[in-house]
Design a binder for this molecule. Structure first.
Ligand SMILES: [Zn+2]
Ligand SMILES: [Zn+2]
Length: 213
């Protein structure tokens, strides 16, 4: 499985653009790619997708972590360009998408073979749990629910391996001590502390970063 950070507050590849928001693409053998969140605006998202050779029309699933604009900003434009994508939205998401196959997520759900949603936690946000040979990899949007709830919900799918995404104000770093890979992105307030504490197993996030699992 391969995760590409498409939209982030920082960039890892020169030709890409940064913006306050988050989006990541998940690719797995023989399956159409899944887009997790859509950043804050479509020009930045589409610019980065083009440079990363991601064709919007090929995306098979779009999952939105939560209804904040820095995660939904590119959604309308992607849907205009893509006629096939199924949507997985947290049930607090108040918008209708006529003609689309939409799953309103409340409880944990399997999206496809090795990919699950934690369910909508604390009524606000879903995270993804990716089942890989190394263990479960967690992808968060902003981590508005408590990190302990997110990790606990993801651990129901198997032993946790790593995490990437926005961690917001999370600072009970001990919760990460059993993980093997930590990639603080987007709105994470304590990036430097996390890097200092977990030097050998943390990754610098940014648009263009690829995580192979
Ligand atoms: Zn948010
Ligand atoms: Zn955010």
């Amino acid at each position: 499985m391969k995760i590409t950070i498409v939209y982030d507050n920082e960039v890892k590849k020169e030709e890409l653009r940064a913006g306050w928001g988050f989006s990541a693409l998940i690719e797995d053998e023989n399956l159409p790619p899944l887009l997790f969140d859509t950043g804050a605006d479509s020009p930045t998202l589409l610019h980065n997708m083009k440079r990363l050779n991601i064709a919007p029309q090929d995306i098979g699933v779009i999952a939105i972590s939560h209804a904040h604009g820095d995660h939904t900003g590119g959604l309308s434009e992607i849907l205009r360009m893509n006629e096939i994508a199924e949507l997985y939205l947290p049930s607090s998401f108040r918008r209708a998408f006529p003609g689309r196959e939409v799953t309103m997520v409340k409880d944990p759900v399997q999206i496809r073979e090795d990919l699950f949603s934690t369910g909508e936690l604390e009524g606000v946000e879903q995270s993804l749990a990716l089942r890989t040979d190394k263990g479960i990899f967690v992808l968060t949007g902003c981590a508005h629910p408590a990190m302990q709830s997110i990790l606990g919900a993801a651990a129901k799918f198997g032993k946790l391996y790593g995490i990437a995404g926005g961690f917001h104000g999370f600072r009970s770093f001990k919760a990460f001590s059993d993980l093997s890979l930590i990639c603080p992105c987007h709105c994470t307030m304590y990036k430097q502390e996390i890097r200092d504490l977990f030097k050998a197993k943390s990754l610098d996030c940014g648009a263009g970063l690829v995580i192979e699992l």
